[in-house]
Design a protein around this ligand. Structure first.
Ligand code: SF4
Ligand code: SF4
Length: 269
């Protein structure tokens, strides 16, 4: 049966066959508008610093949290017993994944303290068991809707939904429901935007089908720092044509996507 190459197929084939776009000739359909892609457009989120450690849910504000946390590891054990394994203990020089690089600020003050290490594989399930067992109150018992672990930012230059495909995996994975997501209607369906109601659990990071995830959770403090730029970039995105957005991924950002380490979409594994 005849099978036309979809845009997603094209990305997958390009990845698996070794970066035609990087070293080889450009496919004819990319020749025209492709390289007019706006270079100043937002880059892949792995380049954005998380801005500190993402603490377990219910953590007091950072300074108070650090003064109350006694590094007993109870939250780590509870999370392990719950089979989520989302919490790890910060060391002096812990291995950091490409998605968490740059987070170890504050030096010795973070040593032995708990944090959510790898949302790509182990996001917080918001079971809210760890605050119940924290012996010092460094993690406070709150409703999961009031959690403020961070905020998830979509890299629109990588997100399938914004670049020629129907996806919405993030919104389906989000335990918080519709209030977190705003949708923009485009040529190929609804395109997601995560708003400030996000609690930062990272479930969307895990279920984003793009290799390495097109979503990154940053601390609320970091969000305040990057917010203006992020929103301006988003406005720029809305002003682009569908073709321009598509060309950002296939004409500009494919090398970064390929460099992420986990290159193949989960659904194809
Ligand atoms: S709320 Fe549950 S899943 Fe999330 S960090 Fe605590 S124990 Fe782990
Ligand atoms: S948008 Fe992502 S990080 Fe935010 S609450 Fe939903 S799943 Fe969690």
């Amino acid at each position: 049966m005849a099978h036309s190459l979809t845009r997603r197929d094209f990305l997958k084939v390009s990845i698996l066959t070794g970066a035609t776009l990087i070293v080889g000739d450009r496919p004819p359909f990319l020749e025209n508008a492709a390289y007019a892609a706006k270079e100043e457009f937002i880059g892949p989120l792995p380049d954005i610093d998380i801005g500190g450690l993402i603490r377990p849910p219910g953590a007091l504000i950072e300074k108070k949290f650090r003064s109350k946390c006694i590094s007993c590891g109870v939250c780590v054990s509870v999370c392990h017993v719950m089979k989520y394994d989302a919490i790890a203990v910060a060391g002096f020089n812990p291995p950091v994944s490409p998605l968490t690089k740059g987070e170890f600020k504050g030096g010795l003050g973070n040593f032995g303290t708990p944090y959510i290490k790898d949302m790509r594989d182990f996001p917080c399930a918001l079971c809210m068991e760890c605050p119940k067992h924290c012996p010092t109150g460094a993690l406070k018992k709150i409703e999961k809707e009031k959690v403020t672990m961070g905020i998830a930012l979509i890299d629109f230059s990588l997100c399938f939904g914004w670049n020629g495909d129907v996806c919405l995996s993030c919104s389906k994975a989000c335990p918080m429901g519709a209030k977190i997501f705003d949708f923009y209607n485009g040529e190929w369906g609804n395109q997601p935007y995560i708003n400030e109601n996000c609690v930062g659990c990272g479930l969307c990071v895990k279920y984003c089908p793009l290799g390495g995830s097109a979503i990154k959770v940053v601390t609320k403090m970091q969000y305040e720092k990057v917010k203006l730029t992020y929103l301006n970039k988003f406005k720029g995105l809305l002003a682009m044509s569908n073709e321009e957005r598509y060309n950002i991924v296939y004409g500009q950002n494919l090398p970064q996507i390929m460099a992420r380490g986990r290159l193949v979409e989960r659904e194809y594994r």
